[in-house]
Each structure stands twice: as structure tokens, then as C-alpha cells.
Design a protein around this ligand. Structure first.
Ligand SMILES: Nc1nc2c(c(=O)[nH]1)N[C@H]1C(S)=C(S)[C@@H](COP(=O)(O)OP(=O)(O)OC[C@H]3O[C@@H](n4cnc5c(=O)[nH]c(N)nc54)[C@H](O)[C@@H]3O)O[C@H]1N2
Ligand SMILES: Nc1nc2c(c(=O)[nH]1)N[C@H]1C(S)=C(S)[C@@H](COP(=O)(O)OP(=O)(O)OC[C@H]3O[C@@H](n4cnc5c(=O)[nH]c(N)nc54)[C@H](O)[C@@H]3O)O[C@H]1N2
Ligand SMILES: [Mo]
Length: 919
């Protein structure tokens, strides 16, 4: 059958072209003729069409020779058979006039301006053929003041053309609403907040405005340099598990600037300030540049050969004297999949032990464990993109606008468009004012609250009987548990009025599709795994699994924490999550590696410390983790490291952990190496070296290969594609992955032959067959039982946007000018009782130790609750956290710490802090 051409096509300057449903005229032209064929000023691909500048005007007609009308192509819908004329004399004249008028109100040196190349106005002026401006400047805003308050962002509003791209980027991309257009006519101008500077306003420094600005009226301090770039490389951010794609401009080995690619499926032109700006740590003078060996208590610089010899000799000796089980490794969620794979291979093959772990232990190990128990797979069931299709968002114990900012802003955008949000968090996080329901529970009582939540779903008859019957097991036990709940007791325990819980539960369960996000406020508890399973219960009982817009989505923390576990950096499961103590798997691994391997589950990180203190663990290799600062109960960690005979630390910087090492190896950072990272939605993405390793350093992958070779373990040199090919042979869900077929957008595992990825898991059946319900009754944390009487406050700890975990990297960037220290949030009532004012130095003490920091009086916490972050070694908050941990996985209970607090008299303050006060 011959199809009517007009239903498939429209015409550009007489040529028939295929159009897609929902195209605007501009999108259609951009796709076929390339972006820029029709000049634009107020339009940007990441923003909604606006139709303000009219530079993108074209003529359209319904017949080739029919009557034409002039339209702004950016916001005019395309219809079948439409004829679009992009270059008629009338249009050319119109565009020239518009651009000339814009230039009249612009610095007159603009056409020869130095920032050219980055200035879209100049490109457009050239394109429409303007070389000079005929009219005298009537402008009265050429002397507007410049804003240089911020370490990264600047504004120079004399260059502003009032296109509103920055305002729209702030609203539509980030959702911060800092920028607005103030005044009318010639007086119209962009203001920040209440006409403040960037630093004084509520700006979160994401840079979406600077990326959107066509003229560098708002710019970033790095971007203007990018005109000198000789190369642009696409890679993936090193910070959180969102996995933002970055375009890095370089000149030789100098990193000039970072922007977000507009075509990235993960971050669509957006990043937070860490991804876009916090890269100066890479060339920081503090970077380790030589291997260091400790002789007689002092570090001495060494060559790589000397360091390798020294390590090989010591490890060999320890293995011979004490057996391979006296050796352990802590791998790094900051490193690539390939590097993590090699690290676990080195420990397992080299020493015949499964003593290998990674930071998921202190983070989302309960997620992996709990979701494996419930569904069979310990990873996000759905993609972040599903936010587009969901009807309700539940966030339990996560603070996405700070921890996963690009996902956080996507959530905010959806909520502003009317999707109801439920937040379960003891604090008023940034999203709370947007939320329909905030269940502000006492820290550590998730199980009590979520049981009640499930009870009300059951009571309201909002369960999905069909889903439960066909796809799940153990429902009866779960239902019985819920029916036996004592609601009065639950309410007393978690402290949220039951009607509020009921309303939120009904909201979630009556939505056509609901997504459940969770974070460390779920996992870092003695009942972490049990809470994860309860969230899975709630999703299953409402049929919120296996289709778009639903699911259970842990907001995985580190850039590659998902990958580190996938690659086998866990003591109970090898590469691909195969249980090491299962006979068939053990045989498979032994055959694959051609080596004797252990079939006993190895030590988890806290068990490694205990083993070190008991003299059983003699040597430890730590790749990229600062356990002294970030693991709980610092004094305990330090004594364990001291008890070791031999410690190797592979790092970018001399961290508090590296200070304990016998050998420190200088590693290359993410911008200096290639491999893959897997983000929190199972998306395996290519990391491409942007610059060569800084002199003296090597990629972690090559370091591990070198030492394997030195110790006689067969291993070729590090190549990302070579190691990936080996991974694909052993990790079942990487079967179809090759370096090439991962493409620029990455692929979500399981990856089938031909590189076909999987967006949604458990569509027809669960990985484990039937989804399994588990019922758990609330149990008070031992920390509270043991210490609450003596230490009556509950301290809970977490993150802020500007700093990242141990802070080695962000503290060596401009971020350190924005946030200078950890602060303790305390409720005004408690502060009054204790005589504390904002800015006072306070002492926080627990049965483990004490720290001093400044107080910030805030209603973000309820009375009795304290909150702080753990990014500054000067504060070292883990001095007070405990060794209590999740019953199933040993994830530390960072979120419930029994402490007391008091004001520190100025005279007893340590000198350094007094100096800070005075300054
Ligand atoms: N800017 C920035 N981003 C980061 C990081 C960083 O250091 N800085 N780190 C990365 C890493 S490693 C991780 S794992 C992620 C973590 O990201 P998130 O999981 O969002 O981390 P947190 O801020 O530690 O904790 C989340 C929330 O849990 C709440 N909470 C505390 N106790 C409870 C409780 O008992 N119940 C409930 N329901 N909530 C509770 C806290 O108030 C807090 O708002 O962030 C990643 N992204
Ligand atoms: N009180 C409290 N403590 C916590 C938490 C909490 O909520 N409260 N959260 C916990 C959580 S969830 C986590 S994940 C941990 C994180 O704790 P860590 O893993 O210790 O912290 P990071 O800052 O992510 O990075 C560790 C180190 O990796 C190095 N590094 C970065 N890139 C590379 C690389 O490519 N190669 C090598 N060799 N090194 C590299 C950095 O310099 C840094 O020193 O902290 C935990 N600690
Ligand atoms: Mo984490």
C-alpha cells in the first residue's frame, strides 16, 4: 500500500522530511539540518520553548505556494504536510533587524569581544550577517555592576540580553527559583534572590544558569577559558551515584572547564556544583606524586620498583608465616569496575581468601542484602527516568537535593507539576516544603513507622490481591504480623500521629504507580536490612513492581558503589554475586581463574578490624577509602590499623588513613584513567581518560596489575576494554557488554548479547521466582537501650551538598570557600536549655569520645535530636559514633548515636578553633 506522504512528512525549504509526533517546527529543523541552521537566542535544548526573542522566526505554509505566515519556530507545533521556509528574504531581514536591536542594547565592543567562540550572540550576529550596528546605543544598563562574590560563578549584566534563559534554567532545570526578571522595559534586569549576590542568595551553585546564558552575562570562572580547548572528552562524574555525564574541555594536560552534555540521558545538561566545578583537586599541590615507604616510623620517597618489591616481600612473608587468610583488601567505590574487579581477583587468587570488602559495607549493604532476600536482585528495580511516569513519590531516609542533586531536582520538578511527595525523615530536608506528607519520625524507628504504613494500606483495602497471589510468597505471615500490631505502641515509638501515617499510606497505595526511593536513613541502622525488606513489602503489596513509574530505588551513594559490589568486592559473593560458599560457584571460580580459591565467607570490614586486634589479620590493602575519618568509632579503627603488621594505602592524598600505612601508593584520579562506572540505576557508563596521569602516579588498575605480576599471579597490563572482556565472561549480567557497545549513554544491566540493556527489572517474574514478604517487629537500638539515660540526645549524621564524604577532594576546591566546616544543628528549645547560641562552639560527647564543633540553631530537627555532617577531619565526628551495626550486614549505625552536648567555654577551646572564631 502506498502511504500518503503528507502523513509522514513536512518540508524544509521544499525538501520532504520525516517528522516525529510532538515536534515543534524548530525541533524538526534541528534534527534534519542540525542545531544552528536556524539561529536562536532565547531557546536552549534543555529548556521549555519560550518564544521571546523571535530570532528563530521562519515562514510556514500549508502548500508549497500557499499563503505564508511568520512564526517563532521554537514554540510552533509542526503539522503534517507543513512547508517551512528557513531562509526567505523576508525572514532574513526580520532576523537581522531583531539581532541588530539586541546588539544596540549591548556593549558595543561585542562584535569583536574576546570571549567570542563562547558567545552565542556573536555567532548569531555573524550568521544573520551583521557586522556593525546602525543605531546609537540607547542603553542605560551598560555600567551595571559585576558580581564576583562566588568562587565559581560571575555575573556581568551589561552583557545581558534579557532572554530569560538563566531564569528558566534556574526554575525548570534546578528548581531553585533564585533568578528573576525585575522591572520593565529598559529597566528590566535579572536579579538574584532579593537583589543579592550569588553568595548571599539561596543559589546552590549548580551552574545551570551559566550553561544556559548565551552571552556570558552569567558565566563560570572556568568556562571563558574553554575557548582555548584543544580537546573535549566525554566522561562520568566521580562523585555520587547519579552518574552525570560530563564534557571536559582540556588544553594539553590542563583541565579548562566542565559542562554537561545536552544529549545525556542521565543528566540532560545538568550537574551539581561538584560535577561541574569541583575538579581542581586533580592538580592540587597536595596530590601524592611518589610512592612512600615507612622506615623507622618515617615516610621516605621511593621508586615504584622499590615500593613493589617491598610490598611483594612483606605480603609473601605474611602469607607464608600466617596463611593467606591473614591478608585482606578494602576496595574502592570511587574506582572503576575494572579496577574493583582486579582488586578482588588479586586478593582472592593471590591469597586464597575472601577477605575483600568495600564501602558498601558502611553504606547500602543492607539494600543489597534486603532486596536480594525480597526480589532476588540487590539493585534498583527501575530507572530515574521513571519519574516521568509516576503518580506518587515516597522518599524514606534520603536527602536527594544534597546527596543526589540532579535526581533531587528531577524529583522537585515532578512534584512542582503536581505529583504528590511523601518524605519520611526525622529532619526537615529541603524537599519537605514541597511534600504533601512529612512523617518526622524519631531516628531509628523506621520499622515501627513502615509497619504502621503497611497496616493502613491493608486496612484501607488498597492491596493488589492479584499481584500478591500470582507473584509473591509468604503473604499470610506478613499480613498476620500487620494485623497483630499494637498501634498505640507504634505511635509512641516513632512519634508521628497515626492519622498522618494513614493519610500518607493511602496516598502511596492509591496512586496508579508509586516509586519508593530510599537512602542511608534506612540502611545505617541496626534494623537497616529489615527496613529495606519492609519497603519491598510495601511495594509488593501494592503491585508497585515491574512496570514504568513504580519500583524500589535505593539512591546508591558513591559513583561506583553499585559496580564495586557487582564486581565481587564483598566477602560472601564473588564477581557477579555468586555465593562463594556454594559448591558449584566455587568450582566455577576455581576453573575460571585456574587457581585455588577459598570457599569460606571472608571478613567484612568491621570483622577485619576485630581480626586485626585479635592478631589474626596481619596485612591490609586499602584502595581509595579513608576509613579513619569515615568508619565509625575512630579510636577503634585507629587501634585496629595500628595492630596490623603491614598496611598498603592507595590514594590521591595523604589522608588520616594513609598516615597509618607502611606503603602509600599514589593513584590517578577519575580524570586520568579509563574504565566504567555503574550508577545507581545499574547503568554501566564509560569513563574516558581526559588527561594523562599526573607525573609520578598510576591508575589503580595498573597498580594492581603490576603487583599481581610482581607476585607471580598471571595478569596482563590494565586496559579497560581487556578487563571488561574478562568481566563479561564471568559476570552473568555483563554477558553482552563490550567497550564499544556501551555507547555514550551507557547500558543498564543485565546486558544481553549485542549490548541490549534492561531498564526495568522483575517485569514478569522476580529474579528469585516469587517475591518474598518478610514481617519484622520494631526493636529498640542497643545504642539507645545502653546509653540513652546517660547521653539523652540522639545525634544523626549525614551530608551537605557542597562536600563529599571524607572531603579530601571537595575541600581542595572552591567548594571550601562556600562551606567551611561541619556544623551541629540543634533545636532552639534545646539550645535555650543549654545556653547555646548559633556560632557557639559546643562539645558533643558519647561513650566513645568527643568532638567540638560550632552550633547552628535550627528547627530542621525536633527537640532531642541533633544533626551534623562528617566532611571535615578537623571535626572528625566519627569519634563519637558507635560500633553498633545492622544485624544482617554489619552496616554501621551512623544514624542513631546517643550523645550529650554542652557549650564549650571560649577559654577551653583548642587553639586552632579559637583562631577560627576570632577570624
Ligand atoms: N553532596 C554530597 N553528596 C553525596 C555524598 C556526600 O558526601 N556529599 N555522599 C554520597 C554517598 S557515599 C551516599 S551513600 C549518598 C547518601 O545519600 P543520602 O542517603 O541522602 O544520605 P544522608 O544525608 O546520609 O542521609 C539521608 C537522610 O536520612 C535521614 N535519617 C536519619 N535517620 C533516619 C531514620 O531513622 N529514618 C529515616 N527515615 N531517615 C533518617 C537524615 O535526616 C537524612 O536526611 O550520598 C552520596 N552523595
Ligand atoms: N558519621 C558518618 N560517617 C559516615 C557516613 C555517615 O552518613 N555518617 N556515611 C558513610 C558512607 S555511606 C560512606 S560511602 C563512607 C565514605 O567514606 P570514604 O569511602 O572513606 O570516603 P570518600 O571521600 O568517598 O573517598 C575515600 C577516598 O578515596 C580517594 N579517591 C578518590 N578517587 C580515587 C581513585 O580514583 N583512586 C584512589 N586510589 N583513591 C581515590 C579519596 O581521595 C578519598 O580519600 O563514609 C561513611 N561514613
Ligand atoms: Mo555511601
Amino acid at each position: 500500500m502506498v502511504q500518503d506522504l503528507s502523513t509522514l512528512t513536512a518540508f524544509i525549504d521544499g525538501e520532504p522530511m520525516r517528522f516525529n509526533d510532538g515536534d515543534t517546527v524548530l525541533k524538526f529543523i534541528d534534527r534534519h539540518r542540525g542545531r544552528g541552521h536556524v539561529p536562536t537566542l532565547c531557546d536552549a535544548p534543555q529548556l521549555e520553548p519560550y518564544g521571546a526573542c523571535r530570532v528563530c522566526s521562519v515562514e510556514v505554509a500549508m502548500q508549497e505556494d500557499g499563503p505564508r505566515r511568520v512564526v517563532a519556530s521554537c514554540h510552533t507545533p509542526l503539522t503534517a504536510g507543513m512547508h517551512v521556509f528557513t531562509e526567505s528574504p523576508k525572514i532574513r531581514k526580520l532576523r537581522r533587524n531583531i539581532v541588530e536591536l539586541v546588539l544596540t542594547d549591548h556593549p558595543l565592543d561585542c562584535l569583536t569581544c574576546e570571549v567570542s567562540g563562547n558567545c552565542e550572540l556573536q555567532t548569531v550576529a555573524a550568521k544573520v550577517g551583521i557586522r556593525q550596528v546602525r543605531y546609537p546605543s540607547g542603553a542605560n544598563h551598560l555600567n551595571r555592576s559585576k558580581d564576583r562574590s562566588h568562587p565559581y560563578m560571575t555575573s556581568e549584566l551589561s552583557k545581558c540580553i534579557n532572554c530569560s534563559r538563566c531564569v528558566r534554567a534556574c526554575d525548570e532545570v534546578q528548581g531553585q527559583h533564585v533568578l528573576s526578571m525585575h522591572g520593565r522595559g529598559f529597566n528590566a534586569r535579572i536579579i538574584k534572590g532579593l537583589d543579592q549576590s550569588f553568595m548571599d542568595s539561596t543559589c546552590v551553585s549548580c551552574g545551570a544558569c551559566s550553561q544556559a546564558c548565551p552571552t556570558s552575562a552569567i558565566s563560570d570562572v572556568f568556562f571563558s577559558k574553554s575557548i582555548e580547548a584543544t580537546r573535549k572528552t566525554r566522561t562520568v562524574c566521580t562523585y555520587c551515584g547519579v552518574g552525570c555525564n560530563l564534557n571536559v574541555a582540556t588544553k594539553g594536560s590542563e583541565v579548562l572547564s566542565i559542562q554537561a552534555p545536552t544529549d545525556s540521558e542521565v543528566n540532560h545538561s545538568h550537574t551539581c556544583l561538584k560535577g561541574r566545578y569541583a575538579f581542581k583537586f586533580v592538580k592540587h599541590p597536595d596530590r601524592l606524586r611518589k610512592p612512600l615507604i615507612r622506615y623507622n616510623g618515617h615516610f621516605t620517597e621511593a621508586t615504584w620498583e622499590e615500593a613493589y618489591d617491598y610490598i611483594a616481600k612483606n605480603l609473601q612473608r605474611i602469607k607464608e608465616e600466617h596463611g593467606g587468610n591473614a591478608v585482606g583488601g578494602i576496595s574502592s567505590a570511587r574506582c572503576t569496575n575494572e579496577e574493583n574487579y582486579l582488586m578482588q581477583k588479586f586478593i582472592r587468587v593471590g591469597f586464597g581468601t575472601n577477605n575483600i570488602d568495600a564501602c558498601a559495607r558502611v553504606c547500602h549493604s543492607p539494600t543489597a542484602w534486603g532486596m536480594q532476600k525480597a526480589f532476588g536482585t540487590g539493585a534498583a528495580t527501575n530507572s530515574i527516568e521513571d519519574l516521568e511516569y509516576t503518580n506518587c513519590i515516597l522518599i524514606t531516609g534520603a536527602n536527594p537535593t544534597e546527596g543526589h542533586p540532579v535526581t533531587g531536582s528531577k524529583i522537585k520538578q515532578r512534584v512542582m507539576k503536581g505529583v504528590p511527595l511523601i518524605v519520611i525523615d526525622p529532619r526537615e530536608i529541603e524537599l519537605v516544603p514541597y511534600a504533601k506528607h512529612h512523617l518526622q519520625l524519631r531516628p531509628g524507628t523506621n520499622v515501627a513507622l513502615l509497619d504502621m504504613f503497611a497496616y493502613y494500606i491493608l486496612e484501607a483495602g488498597l492491596i493488589d490481591q492479584d499481584f500478591i497471589k500470582k507473584r509473591c510468597e509468604n503473604w499470610e505471615e506478613f499480613e498476620q504480623g500487620l494485623r497483630n500490631l499494637n498501634l498505640d505502641e507504634s505511635e509512641r515509638t516513632h512519634g508521628v500521629p497515626r492519622e498522618k501515617v494513614r493519610a500518607a499510606a493511602i496516598e502511596y497505595a492509591s496512586a496508579k504507580g508509586a516509586m519508593a526511593f530510599h537512602g542511608l536513613g534506612v540502611t545505617e541502622h541496626s534494623h537497616g536490612s529489615k527496613t529495606v525488606m519492609t519497603i519491598a513489602d510495601i511495594a509488593m503489596m501494592t503491585g508497585n513492581i515491574g512496570r514504568p513509574g513504580v519500583g524500589v530505588l535505593p539512591l546508591r551513594g558513591q559513583n561506583n558503589v553499585q559496580g564495586a559490589a557487582d564486581m565481587g568486592c564483598q566477602p560472601h559473593q564473588g564477581a557477579g554475586y555468586l555465593q562463594v560458599n556454594d559448591e558449584a560457584n566455587h568450582k566455577l571460580y576455581e576453573e575460571f581463574y585456574g587457581a585455588h580459591m577459598s570457599n569460606e565467607i571472608g571478613w567484612k570490614i568491621p570483622q577485619m578490624y576485630d581480626a586485626a586486634l585479635a592478631g589474626k589479620l596481619k596485612a591490609l590493602w586499602i584502595m581509595g577509602e579513608d576509613v579513619v575519618q569515615t568508619d565509625p568509632n575512630t579510636e577503634h579503627v585507629k587501634s585496629a590499623l595500628n595492630a596490623l603488621e603491614f598496611l598498603v594505602v592507595q590514594e590521591l592524598f595523604m589522608t588520616p588513613t594513609a598516615e597509618f600505612a607502611d606503603v602509600v601508593l599514589p593513584a590517578a584520579s577519575f580524570l586520568e584513567k579509563s574504565g566504567t562506572f555503574t550508577n545507581g540505576e545499574r547503568r554501566v557508563q564509560r569513563v574516558n581518560a581526559v588527561i594523562p596521569p599526573i607525573p609520578g602516579t598510576k591508575s589503580d588498575g595498573q597498580i594492581v596489575c603490576d603487583i599481581m605480576q610482581r607476585m607471580g599471579i598471571p595478569q596482563a597490563d590494565y586496559t579497560p576494554d581487556g578487563v571488561l572482556a574478562e568481566i563479561a565472561r564471568i559476570v552473568p549480567f555483563f554477558k553482552g557488554a563490550t567497550w564499544e557497545n556501551l555507547t555514550d549513554q551507557g547500558t543498564q544491566w543485565p546486558i544481553k548479547e549485542g549490548g541490549i540493556g534492561t531498564e526495568i527489572l522483575h517485569v514478569d517474574s522476580f529474579k528469585r521466582g516469587l517475591g518474598k514478604f518478610h514481617f519484622f517487629r520494631f526493636q529498640e537500638s542497643k545504642e539507645i537501650e545502653k546509653h540513652h539515660d546517660e547521653f539523652p540526645f540522639i545525634l544523626t549524621t549525614g551530608r551537605i551538598l557542597e562536600h563529599y564524604n571524607c572531603g579530601t577532594m571537595t575541600r581542595r576546591t572552591g567548594n571550601a570557600q562556600i562551606v567551611t566546616e561541619d556544623l551541629l544543628a540543634i533545636h532552639p528549645d534545646d539550645a535555650a536549655k543549654k545556653g547555646i547560641e548559633s556560632g557557639d562552639m559546643v562539645r558533643i560527647f558519647s561513650n566513645r569520645g568527643e568532638v567540638n564543633m560550632k552550633a547552628k540553631i535550627s528547627t530542621e530537627v525536633k527537640p532531642g535530636i541533633l544533626y551534623t555532617t562528617f566532611h571535615f577531619p578537623e571535626n572528625l565526628v566519627n569519634m563519637v559514633t558507635s560500633s553498633e551495626c545492622d544485624e544482617d550486614t554489619m552496616c554501621p549505625e551512623y544514624k542513631v548515636v546517643a550523645v550529650d552536648v554542652e557549650k564549650v567555654p571560649a577559654s577551653s577551646m583548642p587553639k586552632k578553633q579559637r583562631m577560627m572564631e576570632i577570624a
